[in-house]
Ligand binder design. Sequence first.
Ligand SMILES: [Zn+2]
Length: 116
Amino acid sequence: MAETLSPEARARVAETLEKTGETRRLSAADRDVVALAVDMAALGAVDIWTDDYSIQNTAKRLGITTRPILTDGITSEAVWHVRCTGCARYLDEDPRDGVCPVCGSPVKRTRKPPTR
Ligand SMILES: [Zn+2]
């Protein structure tokens, strides 16, 4: 199925994941599911049935409806932030090695409510 995905759809998903800080929370397969939905949404209405909160969050930002299978779904968009456990600063990017580039302490992901 991956071959049928448009580069544009993949780029939009990657961009959205970067904005929400969820890049590492979605597997390549998950990303393909969302990218496929982006492609299909261009042709008409499409829903993703999933209980995965990261997929729900990403799809919502891309204007794609998700339907929960078992859970109630998310009520609002969440943005993940990476925060250092040492110096407590919020980092713009998720460091690859999981440590703060400033003080070297481990970083932790925190969820912040959407600001409108
Ligand atoms: Zn730090």
